[in-house]
Design a protein around this ligand. Sequence first.
Ligand code: FCB
Length: 443
Amino acid sequence: MAFTRKDFPEDFIFGAATAAYQIEGSQFGGAGRSHWDTFAKGPHNVIRAEDGATACDHYNRFEEDLDIMKAGNFDAYRFSTSWSRVLPEGKGQINQTGLDFYDRLTDSILERGLKPFLTLYHWDLPAALADLGGWKNPDIHNWFGDFAEIIDQKIGDRMASIATINEPWCVSYLSHMLGHHAPGLRDIRAAARSMHHALKAHGEAITRLRSRGRDNLGIVLNFEYAHPKSNSKDDIKAAAIQDALYNRWFIEAMSKGCYPQEALAGLEPHLPEHWQDDLKTHIHQPLDWLGVNYYTRSLVAHASNDPCWPHLSTSNGPLPQTQMGWEIYPEGLEYFLSTLKENYIGELPIYVTENGMAWDDTLKNGHCDDALRKEFIHKHLEAQKESLRKGVNLKGFFYWSLLDNFEWAFGYEKRFGMVHVDFETQKRTPKDSFYMLQNMLER
Ligand code: FCB
């Protein structure tokens, strides 16, 4: 059965999300190089060495893209600001053209009656800062704080909400321990430091924007259900470690001022000196809201042959999967929404800031029938309705993503959009899932 707005609370916000590097085109408007531009040039980091130089050419086509948002009857648009566009060297000289772009973008969002949900950092670290060690550098919280203030001075007063960082787990562990994203390291010391510094930078930005009078500040965390592969004691323990590293590290530090023991067991020797002090001075402080990104679950097994901590391996479960190979598991979303409420944040407003699926979508006679995506969205909306019924203070849902775009290490192959993009011609074609939401959201 199709949902309508009436199935959700009156003030529930429906939106779609994007990120600067994935859509704008990093070669336009005097932007500096980000570490994704340079990472993509490295051997086998990104499929076919594709990069975000042009992406969806959103820098030049944002009016058209926002018209699509408006036509879809959405309430809000989640976007991010590119650090390397605004500060080509990461600090110092501002690229005024870049800053003005976000000013025009903000006006255009508001003109269409959409609420702007800003994310300050969605992964485009300036390459110049990456050369200084990037997220490993103990000064990065100050660099990020400066960037946050520059953005806030220009557009902060017009934002419905501001998130500091998108998915610190990806910024740190995925990129510095598992090596999948820029800078592509596999180094436990780099991982521990970046996991800590990302939180410290978040705290620094919160403190600075708070002192500028903002009261709509949050962060966007990603969660992945960690299910033991078997009932063996070892697999259960491995899943608990994975859960601590992925799902608990960030929220526990912010809401309780400590790191989970299962994760500290391996990471503590690699944390920077005085990390406990940073928890008190920077990290453990109130938020105004929390963003939850959720896609899938993984099965976790103890890896007895792996000599390196955390001695575990992850794999996909047996249920139907998306084009990413990610198992479709909406129960996980419901689980996290309830767990966050019960264990960490109580009544604090939550938004599902990302949820969506990739499929090998093709156009037939100018039309894209993405029935699986419609079903995916429906199931995840059902999970959200159930969470609301259980009393979770859930305030909105953003589909990832508005457009097919540059999917990081997967290049342009994985299509998450509810709007198809032909990357040769830059033609946008709304898919059936877009029309489903458009009908659902009509007032
Ligand atoms: C999330 C990212 C987003 C996109 C989706 C598929 O981890 O925040 O940029 O890549 O996954």
